[in-house]
Design a protein around this ligand. Sequence first.
Ligand SMILES: [Fe+2]
Ligand SMILES: [Fe+2]
Length: 226
Amino acid sequence: MSQLALKGMIRPMRRSAGNTSGLTEPIGFEEVFAALPLLHQTPRSWAELAAAHLPEFLADHAVCEQQVAMYALSLAGHYPDDAELVERAAELAAEEVQHFRRVVAILRRRDWPLGGRRKNPWAQSLKAQIVLGREPWTKVDRLLFGAMVEARSCERFTRLLEVVEDQEVARLLADLGPAERRHWQLFYQLAGRETAAEALTARFQHWRELEADLARSLGVSPAVHG
Ligand SMILES: [Fe+2]
Ligand SMILES: [Fe+2]
């Protein structure tokens, strides 16, 4: 099968409105990017770099899945009285653990090393912007930080899917991109319970600009957020 035909099969999918059959229809890469809250687009050169260094990319990807699972559980720990948040965060963590296992399985089959802990300057700089000790804004910030992480991950997976020729990795990315898209929306919806719509939009705009400022210096290493 040609790469083009494969890409046609594994493009990002969505459920059709009113379609109860569970069948999905393909959507375009540009449509995925346009629906994300990102103010800076990762250059195609990053995807080409990551595609040329898949062992490094996948090792980093595995750690990202592990980290976001732990972050979701930490939210449940911060807000044990918020039953909806605890339940949704636990569901999300379980899903991220499945993503982690899937990436680890690919690494093991190929005898590629799992990277282990490493610095993620983008995530660390972004997380440092959470204003602590000022609820409900600390909770809003924690959730909007999560939304930005998921949105950027979705963008990077989709960007790489556009160029990667490894079919197993392409299938992984085609599955995970839409999941991370759901996740940024979940974080955003949870934040929306805490404040009026206008205030949420303003705070999210602040996060979007912070993230874009950080992202402009990226795209130079084959890491998910590198
Ligand atoms: Fe994930
Ligand atoms: Fe996610």
